[in-house]
Design a protein around this ligand. Structure first.
Ligand code: SF4
Length: 294
């Protein structure tokens, strides 16, 4: 197998077979992100992808999940993506085939292209939409708006493609979490993702957001505000959705269907928020900024 950059995937996809399709991310300029520092965007050659799919089939014939690795392989030209999806489906007829997409990848593909890619064998996408707050999206240089999120995901739905969304709390900064939660809920209530992943932003050394915080340009929200952003947003969600949180950037660990468990979940989150004192908030902020579990 060939890998020329980091393997990055959701926690829920850790037991996948990984096939390198791209290295890095086409955008590579969100101000909080250092995932692909030092790895300029590159699309793996077809000979490499073909050889890796063949090797994976021989090594893991019963694999149930395939992760097409890279920052946003959905940016790859539609013809090539169809070929990759077809080869993967042929090698693993019973596996789920997943990958990352950016919102602007959805803008660039038509519903017909999305449908053709799905029919060829790509089953679902994972999209770090981050927030429905346009001001925060612009500030961290995501390169799209809340309307682009809704328009792009609706195209996926029209194409019959399932997708999961990653929320990144705290991006709006101190004092703005409640308003951001309402804007995010407004986006999500127009969509039907299968899973919503909860995360809070980690302000990592070396990133532009870290510099902004050091200069006092960005005021970081505390843990209590981040949890309240989760609570407000989740309380407003109307559609059926599973919610996943893991204790790497949140204090929680759960994977539940939201609607039947909403009250119990929100009560537990509120109890946690009420238990936080300033010392605990400081400890969590420090650990998160060092990229460690909270
Ligand atoms: S789109 Fe994702 S991988 Fe690319 S720079 Fe932004 S956060 Fe990082």
């Amino acid at each position: 197998m060939h890998f020329h950059g980091p393997i990055v995937r959701p926690q829920t996809d850790a037991d996948s077979v990984y096939i390198e399709v791209t290295v890095g991310c086409t955008h590579n300029s969100c101000t909080f992100c250092n995932f692909y520092d030092g790895y300029p965007f590159y699309v793996a050659p077809m000979e490499q992808i073909r050889a890796d799919i063949q090797e994976a089939r021989e090594s893991y014939p019963r694999a149930r999940r395939i992760w097409l690795n890279g920052g946003n392989p959905y940016a790859v030209a539609t013809d090539k993506l169809i070929e990759i999806a077809s080869l993967t489906r042929e090698a693993f007829p019973n596996a789920r085939v997943s990958t990352y997409a950016r919102v602007d990848d959805l803008t660039r593909k038509s519903v017909e292209e999305m449908k053709a890619i799905r029919e060829a064998g790509l089953d679902d996408l994972v999209i770090g939409f981050e927030t429905g707050d346009d001001e925060a999206l612009a500030y961290v240089n995501k390169g799209y708006t809340a309307k682009d999120i809704v328009d792009g995901c609706r195209k996926l739905e029209a194409a019959g493609m399932t997708y999961r969304l990653i929320f990144l709390g705290g991006l709006s900064g101190r004092g703005k979490g409640e308003a951001a939660a309402k804007k995010t809920a407004d986006v999500l209530n127009q969509l039907h993702p299968t899973i919503l992943y909860l995360n809070s932003v980690s302000i990592l050394p070396g990133t532009p957001l870290y510099e902004d915080r050091e200069k006092g340009i960005f005021q970081e929200a505390g843990e209590r505000e981040n949890v309240h952003e989760f609570i407000t947003m989740l309380s407003l969600l109307k559609n059926d959705i599973a919610v996943f949180a893991a204790p790497n950037t949140t204090p929680f660990s759960f994977y539940v269907d939201l609607q039947p468990n909403k009250k119990k979940l929100l009560d537990a989150m509120q109890a946690y928020a009420d238990s936080l004192d300033e010392r605990e908030e400081a400890r969590i902020a420090k650990e998160r900024s060092e990229g460690r579990s909270v």
